[in-house]
Ligand binder design. Structure first.
Ligand code: SF4
Length: 316
């Protein structure tokens, strides 16, 4: 399967640039590999607001219920500069597919990690919070995947991020060339089981939207919004089983009793966490070749992102 190259906004220090406060960079084997399959757009918010390399640390503190960015060694409050830069930078971006930001940074951290700092007098500042730049990203791009490199070490979070990132890129590339409603119907068909896996409600809503379209541009805009929303939630085990069972329906009348039993035993093993979803996906894909179900063979569900990234997805 051909995969698009997602436009990924990435913290510059994760992209091999020596921009950290201590002049260092961040080595992460998975991120390095992922970048071979993406079009990275690097950004270092702290360097961009004029803090040099190396530089004294910055931290976040809370005032009147709002986070503020502060550099204790110079006593500078950098909040306005960071907010202004974030606004300008994010507004100037081309259409992008996702963000990968450095964990535990007062600027880039996307999860509520504990950020601590000890000042020269030994006073400790400690807050559970997100970085200031990351907050703006999450506010402005709520439908896109936004993660940090540490969270991607979790297999489920990583797979979900990859599905959303490459699906967003596929959607973007499709939107750039779509000229007829029949093309949107084809796109929707190829993504049917991936969408079913993540949200049956949205799948139906999108099906209705495509079937009743009157204006292509308006439909595309609405479709893109629903598509990204549909993939926002990671699928539960029940959703996987439901999707497997739907696909199984294509072959069930042509399988012998032993093959059917084998399928239902695998579902049970999957429910009990004895096997992963890719075991059942491979079996279904195999049957799609055997019974020449071309419609199923073209489903993005079978390979939503490059296999080479799946190899690393199994490292933990
Ligand atoms: S975490 Fe963000 S602000 Fe800090 S060095 Fe990396 S890119 Fe720059």
């Amino acid at each position: 399967m051909n995969h698009p190259k997602p436009k990924l906004v990435i913290s510059a220090c994760l992209n091999g640039e020596f921009v950290r406060y201590n002049g260092g960079t961040v080595e992460d084997p998975f991120v390095k590999k992922l970048l071979n399959y993406c079009q990275p757009i690097s950004v270092c918010p702290e360097v961009s607001i004029g803090l040099g390399v190396p530089r004294a640390k910055v931290l976040i503190y809370w005032k009147d219920g709002h986070p503020r960015l502060f550099q204790p060694s110079t006593q500078r409050d950098l909040t306005e500069e960071m907010e202004r830069f974030s606004e300008e930078f994010l507004s100037s971006l081309p259409e992008v597919d996702g963000f990968l930001l450095k964990a535990k940074s007062p600027s880039c951290g996307v999860s509520n990690s504990t950020l601590s700092y000890k000042d020269p007098e030994g006073k400790v500042f400690s807050h559970r919070t997100k970085g200031l730049f990351a907050r703006k990203v999450l506010e402005k791009f709520e439908d896109l995947p936004v993660e940090d490199e540490k969270r991607l070490r979790n297999e489920h979070i990583r797979r979900h991020f990859l599905v959303r990132l490459f699906s967003s890129a596929r959607l973007r590339e499709f939107m750039e060339t779509a000229q007829r409603i029949s093309q949107l119907m084809d796109f929707h068909k190829r993504n049917k089981y991936l969408l079913m896996l993540h949200s049956q409600v949205k799948l139906k809503e999108m099906g209705r939207l495509v079937a009743t379209s009157k204006n292509l541009q308006e439909t595309l805009k609405e479709y893109a919004k629903l598509f990204r929303l549909a993939l926002k939630r990671a699928p539960s085990k029940g959703q996987w089983v439901n999707t497997f069972t739907h696909i199984f329906g294509y072959f069930s009348s042509r399988l012998n009793q032993k093959e059917k039993e084998h399928f239902f035993n695998l579902l049970e093993d999957f429910r009990k966490d004895l096997i992963k979803e890719n075991v059942i996906l491979e079996l279904l894909k195999n049957w799609s070749f055997r019974f020449e179900e071309e419609y199923l063979q073209s489903q993005t569900l079978f390979e939503p992102y490059p296999k080479e990234l799946e190899k690393d997805a199994q490292r933990d």
